[in-house]
Write a protein that binds this ligand. Structure first.
Ligand code: SF4
Length: 111
């Protein structure tokens, strides 16, 4: 799996993505059933509220070879401070349309 991760820009001050990288490395969380090697080809934030730039960022990840794009858990789960992104649903929708069926979109990374 060639993986691009999109994370919450607001959460960068609280978290450098440690849990995401651990989940990838140890095949945990959303990656528990992934048997192939996982290569992170990009780790980028959403571009800031209200998340419109996530489309452009997903486009770049796809262009650079991503066959899967995960939204980090800070977005839909609100980790680590329990504050989910209010724009998560729309962002997920527009990114899904942008990348199409050839790229798998994952809704979180770790528990
Ligand atoms: S749009 Fe959502 S994911 Fe992006 S910075 Fe704002 S709260 Fe975070």
């Amino acid at each position: 799996m060639k993986l691009g991760i999109i994370r919450c820009m607001q959460t960068e001050d609280y978290c450098p993505g440690t849990g995401d990288f651990r989940a990838v490395k140890e095949h945990r969380g959303i990656f528990a059933d992934v048997e192939e090697e996982i290569e992170v080809i990009g780790f980028i934030n959403c571009g800031g509220c209200p998340g419109k730039k996530a489309v452009l960022r997903a486009r770049e990840l796809k262009k650079r070879g991503a066959d899967a794009i995960a939204f980090a858990s800070c977005i839909q789960k609100g980790t680590p401070i329990g504050y989910p992104c209010p724009f998560a649903k729309k962002m997920r929708e527009i990114v899904g349309i942008e990348v199409g069926d050839s790229v798998k979109v994952l809704d979180y990374t770790h528990d």
